[in-house]
Structure formats: structure tokens, C-alpha cells
Design a protein around this ligand. Structure first.
Ligand SMILES: N[C@@H](CCC(=O)N[C@@H](CS)C(=O)NCC(=O)O)C(=O)O
Length: 212
């Protein structure tokens, strides 16, 4: 295969958003499914920081999910909702909030035993962020209307992780619009396509899987 190579881990929310961007922009690549406990040397040689996703292009390596999304969108900006200046500013600040503060508290809530015994304050922080999001959006069905946006694909994988941590608690909260948006996202062809299962990449048998 002579395609861009994507090192990916199915359950990683950053890799999910990169895979969704590649689907939306119809960018074919060779997907190499990895496990975080045993990262292949081939990946570490091009990106020593050892996080997924990593996209290897002929002349460049992109090892930040948002850079992979920008690269994918360069040629197909119309495949997602085109944001007004106000929507763009809102998207940038929300993506930043979810990548930093929300992710910080989500990890400490979801993996409480790895951090500290009491995860309730982290659950509360996640809840506060989702309640604030609830006040800012009116999804129909996506955040900005008919067409999926970069904001949708960037933050929904994290909101989904928050749900998975404790579905009973999550569905009992007051962020009704956020829950409806997540429900819509999880059954969308886009998300289902991005969650397709692939065998683990075997460096002895170097061809990965064709994606999407
Ligand atoms: N800022 C990076 C973060 C990527 C990231 O942290 N990915 C996690 C998996 S969800 C990872 O690879 N962690 C390395 C590890 O656990 O060893 C991005 O947006 O691509």
C-alpha cells in the first residue's frame, strides 16, 4: 500500500476524532491498529512521544489529532459545517476546554484507582462542564445544525467516555441536550464507521488495513 499510514488505537478518543475527519474528507490510508502497552518501533521512530494518533505522510509526520483533522480538511472543508467567526471561536474554546480541563477530570473520575480514591469531585467537575455546554448549544441534530462540525467530532468522543464511566449517573443528569446529541452521535454512520474493528498490526506482515 502506498498510502498515508495512520497509527491508531480504536478506543482512544483522539484517534476517534482523527479517523472521523479522514472518513469525512474521504482520505484513504493504511491503518495500523496498535496497543498502547506495546507500541511498535516503527511508530516510535517517527514520533518519539508515543501517543496515538500518528499520521505518516510522504514528507511529514502529524502526531497531534487536531493537526490530522486540519490536514484532512484542507482539501475537503465542505465535508463539515462551515463555521461563522462566532461559531469558530466557540469551537476553538470548547475544544481547548475538553482537551484540557474536561480530560483532566475525566481521567481522574474514570480511572479513580490510578489517581486517588475519591473521584466524586472530578465527576462533579465533568458535570459542571457538561451543564455549561448544555447552556451553549441547541443541537439539531448536530451542534450547528444539519451538518456535523469539527466541534462535534472533537468533543463527543470524550463525552462518550464520561457516559461509559457510569451510564446510570450520566443519564440521570440535567444536560438533556448533551445526552440527545451523544445518542445521535453514537448511532451515526460516521461514528460507526470510525469504530470499525481491525486486527492488531503485525510488523512481520507489514501491510495494515485499508481505512476507511
Ligand atoms: N494531544 C494528543 C493526545 C493523544 C493521546 O494522549 N493519546 C493517548 C491515547 S487516548 C496516548 O496515546 N497515550 C499514550 C499512552 O497511554 O501510552 C493528540 O491530540 O493527538
Amino acid at each position: 500500500m502506498n498510502l498515508p499510514i495512520l497509527y491508531s488505537f480504536r478506543r482512544c478518543p483522539y484517534a476517534m476524532r482523527a479517523r472521523m475527519a479522514l472518513i469525512l474528507a474521504s482520505k484513504k490510508c493504511e491503518l495500523r491498529e496498535i496497543v498502547l502497552k506495546n507500541k511498535p518501533d516503527e511508530m516510535l521512530q517517527i514520533s518519539a512521544k508515543g501517543t496515538v494518533p500518528v499520521l505518516e505522510l510522504p514528507n511529514e509526520v502529524l502526531d497531534e489529532s487536531l493537526d490530522i483533522i486540519s490536514w484532512a480538511m484542507q482539501t475537503h472543508p465542505e465535508s463539515v459545517h462551515i463555521c461563522s467567526t462566532k461559531e469558530k471561536l466557540m469551537s476553538e474554546s470548547l475544544i481547548q476546554l475538553f482537551d484540557s480541563k474536561f480530560k483532566y477530570h475525566l481521567d481522574r473520575y474514570k480511572y479513580a484507582s490510578r489517581y486517588e480514591a475519591d473521584s466524586s469531585k472530578h465527576q462533579e467537575e465533568c458535570k459542571n462542564i457538561l451543564e455549561n455546554l448544555e447552556l451553549k448549544i441547541d443541537p439539531c441534530p448536530w451542534i450547528f445544525g444539519e451538518k456535523v462540525s469539527l466541534l462535534d467530532i472533537s468533543i463527543l468522543p470524550f463525552i462518550r467516555q464520561c457516559k461509559i464511566a457510569n451510564p446510570k449517573w450520566f443519564f440521570n443528569q440535567n444536560f438533556i441536550k448533551v445526552i440527545a446529541l451523544l445518542d445521535f452521535f453514537e448511532v451515526s454512520d460516521l461514528f460507526i464507521g470510525a469504530m470499525k474493528k481491525f486486527d492488531l498490526w503485525d510488523p512481520q506482515n507489514p501491510n495494515g488495513s485499508l481505512f476507511p
